[in-house]
Design a protein around this ligand. Structure first.
Ligand code: MN
Ligand code: MN
Length: 426
C-alpha cells in the first residue's frame, strides 16, 4: 500500500492541530476501526484526535441542513482528509434535472450547463412509451446511446440513401453520426428508457433539426415544387414540432426491412450488443467491457467502458491520457476520488442515475461502497479508449527510480500488482 509514509498531511480545510498527523497514523486508525483507508471511521478517529484538548466540536453543524442530500453524499459533507482545494464539480444527477413531459414520454439532460467543466460530452435520459416516437431529426453532435430498459426500433439514413433499421433492447448500443437523420420508437407493451451521450458539452435536446420544423418553415410554393404533394394537403402537416409523440406500433422488423429492399444498409452496423459481449477484462473484483471504434467501427467519435465492481472492489487508480471522462451510474453505490493538478482533490459519493466527471488526465479511483454490484459507464470523446494504470507504471519503473520517488524499499514496492488489472478486488 502506498499510504505508509511519515509525510505530514496538510489540509487547510482543517484547523491547525497540536501534533502533525502522519499517514501512518491514519492507517493505524483505520486498522483499529476495521475500516477502509477512506472510510468514515478513519475520519471520526482522526477528528477525535484532532479535537483532543479542544472545547467545541468543529465538525458539528447546528444550523439548517438538507438531511436526505447529506445522507446521499457523506463525502461532500464530511470530506476525507485527502480532499484539498477546488478541482471543480465532479457530480450531478439526472434526478436534479427537470423532465420535459410530452404525450408519449419525457426527456431530461445533464450538459455543460449543469456540470460546467464537462465541455466534451453531454447526456440525455429519455423515455418513450409503447409506439411513441422521438421525432425524426438530426443534430450537430454524434449520438451514442445505451438502452436501459425495454425495446425500441431505431432507424438512421446515410447520405448515400441507404437506411439502417434495427430493434434494440436493454444493454444494446446505437451510434448515429452527426447530421445523419434518425428515429427512435418505443416497442413492446411498455416502450423503453435509454441514455444518450453527445460529443458536445453544450448539446441540448431542445436544439435539434426536426422534420416537422423543416417542412413548417419552408414556403408552400417551394414545398409543393419539392414534393409534388397537393397543396390542399398541407394543412394536415404538423404546424409545429412533434418532438416526442404517441403513434401506433410499427410493422414487424422483417416487413419494414423488406420494404427497404436493396436500400437497407447492411455493411455499416449502427447497433452493438454491449451487455452480451465477452468482458474485455475480468478479475475477482468484477469486469469491464470496452467498446470503441475498434470493435464498433461506426462509433468514431465516442468510446465507452461499462464497469461492474463487486462490493468493496475498486476501479484501480488510473487516468486517461487523451480525454476527459463522463460517467453514468447505472446501479449500486460508490465513491470516486479525483486528484488533479496543484494537489486539488475531491471525493464524492454516487448513486444510480448520477453523472460523474473527471477532468482530462486527472488521476481517479472508484470504490464500490454498497452491498450489491456497482455498474457504471465511463464515456469518452475519442475513437480509441486509452488508460494509464498507476500499478503498471510503478511496475515498469526500474528499482532505483521507484525507490527514489516512493521512499520505499523495492521489496515493498514490488508487492503491488505488477500489471494493469483495471479492477482490483476488495
Ligand atoms: Mn438524436
Ligand atoms: Mn476512468
Amino acid at each position: 500500500m502506498i499510504f505508509t509514509t511519515e509525510s505530514e498531511v496538510k489540509n487547510p480545510e482543517f484547523e491547525p492541530v497540536q501534533k502533525p498527523l502522519s499517514r501512518r497514523l491514519f492507517v493505524g486508525a483505520a486498522a483499529l476501526a476495521g475500516a477502509g483507508l477512506f472510510g468514515a471511521p478513519v475520519l471520526a478517529q482522526t477528528r477525535t484526535e484532532q479535537l483532543a484538548g479542544r472545547k467545541g466540536d468543529n465538525t458539528s453543524d447546528p444550523g439548517p441542513e438538507n438531511k436526505s442530500l447529506l445522507e446521499q453524499n457523506p463525502s461532500a459533507n464530511n470530506p476525507p482528509f485527502t480532499d484539498h482545494g477546488n478541482p471543480g464539480p465532479i457530480w450531478y444527477s439526472f434526478d436534479l434535472a427537470p423532465k420535459r413531459m410530452q404525450g408519449g414520454g419525457w426527456t431530461h439532460q445533464v450538459t455543460q450547463r449543469e456540470l460546467p467543466p464537462s465541455h466534451d460530452l453531454a447526456g440525455v435520459n429519455m423515455r418513450l412509451t409503447s409506439g411513441s416516437f422521438r421525432e425524426l431529426h438530426w443534430h450537430t453532435a454524434n449520438e451514442w446511446a445505451i438502452m436501459l430498459t425495454g425495446k425500441a426500433r431505431i432507424s438512421v439514413m446515410q447520405p448515400n440513401g441507404k437506411m439502417f433499421l434495427e430493434d434494440v433492447e436493454a444493454g444494446d448500443l446505437w451510434y448515429f453520426p452527426a447530421g445523419y437523420p434518425h428515429s427512435i420508437q418505443g416497442l413492446g407493451q411498455d416502450g423503453c428508457e435509454f441514455l444518450l451521450v453527445f460529443d458536445e458539452g453544450n448539446f441540448s435536446e431542445d436544439d435539434t433539426f426536426l422534420l416537422s420544423e423543416l417542412l413548417a418553415h419552408t414556403s408552400p410554393e417551394i414545398l409543393q415544387k419539392n414534393t409534388s404533394w397537393p397543396r390542399a394537403q398541407f394543412d394536415k402537416l404538423p404546424p409545429t414540432e412533434l418532438y416526442i409523440f404517441e403513434a401506433s406500433l410499427p410493422d414487424s422488423l422483417e416487413a419494414e426491412k423488406r420494404f427497404l429492399g436493396e436500400n437497407l444498409e447492411t455493411e455499416n452496423k449502427y447497433t452493438f450488443k454491449m451487455n452480451a459481449m465477452q468482458p474485455t477484462m475480468k478479475t475477482a473484483g468484477g469486469e469491464a467491457r470496452i467498446v470503441d471504434s475498434t470493435n464498433f467501427p461506426v462509433s468514431k467519435g465516442i468510446a465507452a467502458a461499462m464497469v461492474t465492481l463487486k462490493p468493496g472492489a475498486i476501479r484501480e487508480m488510473h487516468w486517461h491520457p487523451n480525454v476527459s471522462e463522463w460517467q453514468y451510474w447505472i446501479r449500486g453505490k460508490g465513491r470516486m476520488t479525483v486528484v488533479t493538478t496543484g494537489a486539488k482533490a475531491r471525493t464524492m459519493d454516487f448513486n444510480a442515475n448520477d453523472v460523474g466527471y473527471v477532468p482530462s488526465m486527472a488521476g481517479h479511483t472508484i470504490e464500490n461502497t454498497g452491498t450489491e454490484d456497482l455498474v457504471f459507464l465511463e464515456m469518452f470523446k475519442t475513437a480509441r479508449y486509452q488508460d494509464v494504470s498507476l500499478n503498471q507504471w510503478i511496475a515498469r519503473m526500474p528499482n532505483k527510480m521507484a525507490e527514489a520517488h516512493l521512499k520505499l524499499d523495492r521489496s515493498i514496492i514490488r508487492q503491488a500488482p505488477q500489471d494493469k488489472n483495471v479492477i482490483l478486488p476488495r
